[in-house]
Design a protein around this ligand. Sequence first.
Ligand SMILES: NC(=O)CC[C@H](N)C(=O)O
Length: 253
Amino acid sequence: MAVVGVLALQGSFNEHIAALRRLGVKGVEIKKPEQLDNVASLIIPGGESTTMAKLAQYHNLFPALREFVKMGKPVWGTCAGLIFLANKAVGQKIGGQELIGGLDCTVHRNFFGSQIQSFETELSVPELASKEGGPETFRGVFIRAPAILEVGPEVQVLADYPVPSNKVLDSNSAAEMQEEKDWSEEKVIVAVRQGNLLATAFHPELTADTRWHSYFLKMASNVLEEASSSIVAVGGVDLSLNKQPKNDLPIFQ
Ligand SMILES: NC(=O)CC[C@H](N)C(=O)O
């Protein structure tokens, strides 16, 4: 199994590396653009997306990260990493922040409120249920978490979470949301997959449950296998790695 790169600018990269280690897989820290050449897949951890974006700009990582995504290499973004991968982010500071883009969705950066409105919940994730009938629920750790408000047609929703419908419209704090008794329910999306991209609004690396990491490793090996078989199919010209994301550039707000 090839090593997995973990973007190590800020946030929970050590926890991702430890989770990979528990599965017998080596995670390597990525801090510079050229280090991306040594890995076949990448995890972008949670943390503080504006800080991470500033550090990524400082190290000139954005062009290489966009190229990595565009080439169809497997990438998983957790929490701030999800924000990084989104084509469009709302609820940001004026001026916004640079994104990698590629994931056809609109993400709300602090949808569930501030740090003190962080929470844990059991999520239903049918994709994680084992064939032997293992649990399909997963303990979602949401820390100042984003939520996905809209997805494009190529995005597969893996998990969602119920919230009051007016919350989706005007994004009050999670505390206000709990106080409103007579809310009608709507759902926001908290885990998605789009081809080579996986994104979760919560932090699987902060739990002892490695099923999301296993899911990503399996997804990555399938994506890479498909890519290498298409190289053989077209005599050395890898068409699958020239796929363009739906929207070429992320929108900054
Ligand atoms: N836990 C997290 O990764 C929080 C992400 C945070 N909402 C941000 O904008 O960076």
